[in-house]
Design a protein around this ligand. Structure first.
Ligand code: NDP
Length: 251
């Protein structure tokens, strides 16, 4: 019987690649997005996952920085697929890239609410369903997208780094809390990956960024989807932070 997975921020970039991976692994996939402009992208992705992997999909627009929207997302999932939610991929994220003098309170609150509070909201809402049907032989999984920004500091990204470090803390704490109840909790901390987050950057800047990476190139969304695939199929892995980053945090 197909399992059910929810992915937040699944419309494009890393989330899109991870949604495809969930389908490939046989999950029915609930794809969440926020912007009206991403509706068509999400619908097309859902159709592609269904036709390619023969699983069912559901597309739900919700601003996961808000608890009520998270509740509606989980309710829509349960209404369509039932109460056995097997995987939650918390992936929605934004960045400000602004210095700590000029940044406005609303800007950094938005980053914390989107990147960290949404992860707490979603896990709070989904875990009761998971513990009801998980066991050692039927494990449920939570996978959180952190960042190398959560492992090191990044100039002009204090809010982003705070959110991504917070994700690492919650991942370890929840992994411990639920290890004995069949729920594994892990995080992926990507290095620089080519998505819309980097597409605004011109070629010279991209070359300069690539030069800061020991392996010398910017990663691809498939690197992160691959890490997700590993985590979902690794029954003895919990509380870990997997970081595909080209050697970035070794320096
Ligand atoms: P993109 O900007 O390409 O995609 C961001 C995704 O998050 C979109 O699906 C977007 O939805 C969604 N989203 C943003 N805010 C909300 C919200 N309030 N509610 C629901 N969905 C929301 O980014 P990436 O794919 O690059 O990033 C994905 C994750 O990976 C993020 O958590 C990011 O911090 C992390 N990351 C990325 C790195 C990179 O180099 N790209 C490096 C390290 C970590 P919509 O399409 O509707 O706007």
């Amino acid at each position: 019987m197909a399992k059910t997975a929810i992915i937040t921020g699944g419309s494009r970039g890393i989330g899109e690649a991870m949604a495809l991976k969930l389908g490939e692994l046989g999950y029915n996939v609930v794809i969440n997005y926020r912007s009206e402009s991403s509706k068509a992208l999400s619908d097309n992705l859902a159709a592609k996952i269904s036709s390619q992997y023969g699983v069912e999909t559901l597309v739900v627009r919700a601003d996961v920085s808000k608890y009520e929207d998270c509740e509606a997302l989980v309710k829509a999932t349960v209404d369509k697929f039932g109460e056995n939610i097997d995987a939650l991929v918390n992936n929605a994220g934004i960045t400000n890239n602004c210095n700590w003098i000029d940044i406005k309170r609303e800007q950094y609150e938005n980053v914390i609410n989107t990147n960290l509070m949404s992860f707490l909201h979603m896990t709070h809402l989904v875990l009761p369903y998971m513990v009801n049907h998980s066991s050692k032989d039927n494990q449920c999984c939570i996978v959180n997208t952190s960042s190398v920004g959560g492992l090191t500091g990044v100039i002009n990204q204090a809010d982003y780094c705070a959110s991504k470090s917070g994700i690492i803390g919650m991942t370890r704490a929840l992994a411990l809390e639920f290890a004995g109840r069949g729920v594994r909790v892990n995080a992926i901390a990507p290095g620089m990956i080519m998505t819309d987050m980097l597409r605004g950057v011109n070629q010279d800047e991209l070359n300069a960024l690539a030069a800061t990476i020991p392996q010398g190139f910017i990663g691809d969304v498939s690197d992160i989807a691959g890490a997700l695939g590993y985590i979902l199929t690794a029954p003895y892995l919990t509380g870990q932070i997997i970081s595909p980053n080209g050697g970035f945090v070794l320096q």
